[in-house]
Design a protein around this ligand. Structure first.
Ligand code: MG
Length: 188
């Protein structure tokens, strides 16, 4: 017979390990987001903006939890580090031409910033694309600040990355809600 208490305990330990032992890559990605002026709360607000009309009683805690989980994915961490690195080099004028000018001025036909962001949106399936497209057009909250060219900062990559994290977290939230619904349907 299965020892359920033991299994539950083991699952709890696994979860704890997952939450406390962050890889160097994850620690760095989270640190760089903060250093560039983006908090998890900022991204959670975008998730709330995207999802509040679809989920009754959606809380900021739910949004924050989903953002936090998106940040545990290696693809996401790699996109964050790659994008922010290029933004920082462009800000310090350390890139070779013509790339320096392209990234510094956020040239509209460049598009590689969006391609990197897509690697984040992809993590939770295709419904993320709709959310990404929408938030990229609306530019609410933190996205408006990241797009403010008068600051002298360069966030050509980061604005798309932040929008993509919010879109991915929204997809995760939608999938989780659908799964909970299925469980409730089966139980009820
Ligand atoms: Mg951009």
């Amino acid at each position: 017979m299965l020892n359920l208490t033991k299994i539950t305990k083991e699952i709890m330990v696994m979860k704890m390990d997952k939450n406390t032992k962050k890889s160097e890559l994850e620690v760095k990605a989270r640190q760089w987001l903060t250093e560039r002026g983006v908090t998890l709360d900022d991204i959670a607000e975008l998730v709330y903006y995207l999802q509040s009309s679809y989920h009754e009683d959606l809380s900021m805690e739910d949004c924050l939890e989903n953002v936090d989980q998106v940040l545990t994915k290696r693809e996401v961490q790699n996109a964050i580090l790659t994008g922010i690195q290029l933004d920082k080099l462009a800000e310090q004028k350390l890139l070779d031409q013509p790339l320096q000018k392209t990234i510094e001025t956020d040239e509209s036909l460049y598009g590689v910033d969006e391609i990197i962001a897509f690697s984040i949106v992809n993590v939770y399936g295709s419904i993320g694309f709709t959310n990404y497209g929408y938030i990229d057009k609306q530019k609410p909250g933190i996205l408006e600040r990241l797009n403010d060219k008068s600051t002298g900062e360069c966030h050509t990559f980061l604005d798309d990355i932040v929008g993509a994290i919010a879109a991915a977290a929204s997809s995760r939230l939608a999938h989780a809600t659908a799964d909970t619904g299925l469980i409730e349907d089966n139980l009820g």
